[in-house]
Ligand binder design. Structure first.
Ligand code: KG4
Ligand code: ZN
Length: 334
């Protein structure tokens, strides 16, 4: 079966095509709209929706071309319908429905978080032996989420905790913005600190590492602490900005690592999986040497993980068509 998947949960128009018979990803495309958000310093939901209307047909077209598959050869359409920016999700859901309707083929809706959870299976195309056996303790850490799950098997998982306020990626982006790094600041801040910072920069400021109740996270206090420190500093000085960036990154990474190691004590036999955009962070990867990280392009938002989830549903015999009146939800629903 050939499944075409679509994800428009935030500001990336994503499409991917999977063949469940040969168990291969035949094509994928991610069109980022981050450049349209730079002047606002973050994602503007209305603009993201409008960008998807332009970007999604291109992403689907490029995916089909790469896969060398015609639209009428697609057997099933899969689309993310929760959680995310509601306007952005509605563009993807409407587009997938229209394609399915025009081709008289079924479509199914999937959770973006569940797709992140099972994204490690994308690696199984190339190196099946690298995939850790269940159970997994999985952290999904991105611009919108910092959520911890206990995963016992395909579709068998439960949420055990998450951020009480901001996501870790949001902290990277907002702290980066305060020191002049354009949105999305996370990747650039990471690169800058990796190339230029020393241990002295990393320990220059002792920003708070919050430790809420087990399995939970909090980053709003850190954001405020950085804002207050900056008030009295000479931000034209590159060394000062580098110290803020390096010390803040250290605080975010330490907060994640400390809470995860507490959770690991409760789930000692579980493999640790870290995914979502912040899972690309090089310092986090250094500080979690035993964790399994999907490839960076499958940590950040993509539709390959949605295609993989639909393929896993098919393999388990639980892929069902959704009704035409199925809609999108801003928050996670069962
Ligand atoms: O998963 P993603 O593409 O989109 C969602 O937010 O759902 O993640 C994007 C987030 C942004 O906040 C971005 O700054 C952060 O992930 N990010 C990073 C790195 N790469 C992406 N944060 C820190 N270090 C990185 N290398
Ligand atoms: Zn995501």
């Amino acid at each position: 079966m050939k499944i075409l998947a679509i994800d428009t949960s935030c500001d990336d128009s994503c499409a991917a095509l999977i063949d469940t018979q040969s168990w291969k990803l035949l094509g994928e495309c991610v069109i980022s709209h981050a450049s349209s958000m730079v002047k606002f310093g973050g994602v503007v939901p209305e603009i993201a929706s409008r960008e998807h209307i332009k970007g999604l047909p291109v992403a689907v077209h490029q995916t089909l071309e790469q896969a060398k598959i015609a639209l009428d050869e697609v057997d099933w359409f899969a689309v993310t319908n929760r959680p995310g920016l509601i306007g952005a999700l509605l563009v993807g859901v409407s587009f997938a429905k229209a394609l399915a309707f025009a081709q008289s083929k079924p479509f199914s809706v999937f959770s973006h978080l569940e797709a992140h959870l099972f994204s490690p299976f994308l690696e199984s195309f190339e190196t099946p032996s690298r995939l850790p056996p269940f159970p997994w303790l999985t952290l999904v850490v991105s611009g919108g989420h910092t959520e911890l799950f206990f995963v016992e098997g395909i579709i068998k998982y439960r949420w055990i905790g998450g951020t009480l306020d901001d996501a870790a990626g949001e902290a990277f982006d907002k702290i980066g913005k305060q020191i002049g790094i354009p949105y999305p600041a996370g990747p650039e801040l990471d690169r800058w600190v990796r190339e230029k910072a020393t241990d002295t920069h990393r320990s220059e400021f002792s920003f708070p590492r919050s430790k809420p109740r087990p399995h939970h996270f909090s980053f709003s206090g850190l954001k405020t602490a950085v804002a207050l420190s900056i008030k009295n500093l000479e931000l034209n000085n590159e060394e000062v900005r580098l110290s803020i960036a390096a010390s803040a990154q250290e605080a975010i990474v330490d907060a994640l690592v400390d809470q995860i190691s507490r959770s690991q004590q409760q789930f000692p036999k579980s493999a640790l999986i870290v995914t979502g955009g912040v899972a690309c962070n090089s310092r986090l990867r250094v500080k979690l040497p035993d964790a399994y990280f999907p490839k960076p392009n499958h940590c950040t938002d993509n539709a390959a993980m949605v295609a993989m989830l639909a393929a896993l549903y098919e393999r388990e015999g639980i892929l069902k068509p959704d009704a035409w009146d199925t809609s999108a939800h801003a928050t996670q629903t069962p």
